[in-house]
Design a protein. Sequence first.
Length: 365
Amino acid sequence: MVNIAQVPAAVDEVLAEFFASNRSTIDAIYPVVAEAGDILADFVLSGGKRVRPLFVFAGWQCGPPPGTGTVGNTEEMALRLGAAIELIQACALIHDDILDRSDTRRGQPTVHRQFEATHVARGFAGDAAHYGVSAAILLGDLALAWADDLVHGIGPNPNGWAQLEPLPRPVGVLWSQMRTEVLGGQLLDITNESSGDESVTAAYRVMEYKTAAYTVARPLQIGAALAGAGESVLTALRRIGIDLGVAFQLRDDVLGVFGDPDETGKPSGDDLIEGKRTALLAEGLQRTSAEGAELLRSHIGRELSADEIAAARGVLVDSGALAEVERQIDARLSAALSGIDALDVSDTARTDLVAMAHRITHRQR
């Protein structure tokens, strides 16, 4: 048995073994495909907070003891589900960086920029940027396909993944819902940006589906369903997960404008530069003067100087938008903690959920 502090390392072991088991398949296709597989493996294994696997494991601890719940209720399967969600996260991040035209991720070139650099270095024909984007899209698709292989116990090694127990139906249903929700939330996000929807309601709708459900609520439910938790626990965990997931994204919104680049791995004011329609921006537009709103609108979706970033930050502070978002983070955290306190779960499960709640809402990166 592992404790929750050991989950990130244990999930990394599952991922490393899975990448290794697939190496012969991609090697047989062509060396360039194997190189792409290495890029994906490096991307997945070289960073990330493993938030989603931690919540899968926390949810799993909310069910009956192993062996008394659903078929296949084992620690190994909980870790495998967490690892599979990390592959979906890799797909989401790779595609997100393309959509946002980001150059860096975790302080390193984004995947599409890596492929673009390879095109240039090897003297390939055609447009390097287009090749980079095209290759990264396909690599993200591969991560999504491999996530399903891993979660369903399918793989090229007949002595490995294929021998694991099949998922109980409730887990498979939640897995399917989660994939649809994150993609639907992403579509809402880019539509809001393109349509110029500045409403707080639109920003929260994106948060609920693009982030909250996929980052916290569904992982908690998936872990609990694997352990055979009852419907009342699954319903309570969804409410808790949505509150924590929204708080997580609100903190991300704050860091995207006010965060330290050395901590976040992204340029200062990156959300402003990318033109993201965040709840922080929506609150600022709603609360500031006409002049302040015009300044904010003119300071999103383009390169900004340090003075311009400072001016936009000033509007968000002076209008009370930053304070309101911080208030909402505290309110969501408080609601989630009350929900956790009311859960009929073990002391270990409750303690770990409380620690995770504080961790994701008070982070600096």
